[in-house]
Design a protein around this ligand. Structure first.
Ligand SMILES: C[S@@+](CC[C@H](N)C(=O)[O-])C[C@H]1O[C@@H](n2cnc3c(N)ncnc32)[C@H](O)[C@@H]1O
Length: 239
């Protein structure tokens, strides 16, 4: 076990800070007792996770390669492989895995390990950036005014593989949101709505729109063409 210094968030990850923090807040609006930053690397985002842990609770950071410098003694840093977590069954409330899932050699085995170590009401968040072919809709402004709730579900099957992997690992419920990373957007809804499908939005907002506005939305859905973009997928599994 080793501690290390909290470095400032790297420029690379700064653009999606608000997106990740929103996801964390949605999954864990109230504090938990024990949380794990899986594949924590230098721990740049572990402090965000710590904000969702009760005072007196425990924050763990696990990575197979933890920097060996002295540092923050509030968290427990453990050098270990995600495929064999050195943790007892049902000891964690929340696991967060940022920019690490795609590095795991056997992600199915890692998810099984996470599921084993989560308590019955526990949750897991997987956040990873990808270069994907997506269909970014150019919605009329009224869509951004009408949709005010949580990020919408990702359209076009984006994130379906992550949702399936979570369900196959024994998570009872799994959802995935997708966010455009370029250009960087502070507002998670602005980043997510272009990647939502009209079929998913319409049931909740169509009644608030005029027939002309609904027709404009349908036209935006039909006109959009695939293009390669940087996308952040945030998948959440609940036990
Ligand atoms: C791109 S870094 C992300 C670090 C941190 N989560 C962040 O967002 O700043 C990916 C991390 O995953 C870790 N990692 C990859 N495979 C792992 C494994 N099998 N077990 C534990 N950690 C692993 C790497 O050592 C690396 O620190």
């Amino acid at each position: 076990m080793a501690g290390f210094i909290q470095a400032p968030l790297s420029e690379l990850h700064a653009p999606y800070a608000p997106l990740l923090q929103t996801a964390l807040h949605l999954v864990s609006p109230t504090a938990v007792h024990t949380a794990l930053d899986l594949g924590c690397g230098p721990g740049l985002k572990t402090a965000w996770l710590a904000q969702h842990v009760h005072p007196g609770g425990q924050v763990l950071g696990i990575d197979r390669s933890i920097p060996q410098s002295a540092g923050d003694a509030h968290y427990a840093w453990i050098a270990a492989d995600a495929h064999a977590l050195p943790l007892a069954r049902a000891t964690l409330d929340l696991v967060w895995c940022v920019a690490a899932y795609t590095f795991f050699e056997r992600p199915t085995a890692v998810l099984a390990e996470v599921r084993r170590t989560l308590r019955p009401q526990g949750s897991m968040i997987i956040a990873s950036a990808y270069q994907l072919w997506v269909r970014p809709r150019e919605w009329p402004p009224v869509v951004f005014e009408a949709w005010r709730a949580v990020p919408p579900p990702a359209g076009d099957g984006l994130g379906a593989a992550l949702e399936t992997a979570l369900r196959n690992a024994g998570f009872g419920a799994a959802t995935c949101s997708a966010y455009l990373l370029d250009p960087p957007m502070d507002d998670p809804l602005r980043a997510a709505l272009p990647l939502a499908a009209w079929d998913d939005l319409a049931p909740q907002i169509a009644t608030h729109l005029t027939p002309q506005e609904r027709a404009a939305c349908q036209a935006a859905e039909e006109a959009v063409e695939p293009e390669p973009r940087s996308v952040l997928l945030v998948a959440v599994g609940h036990c």
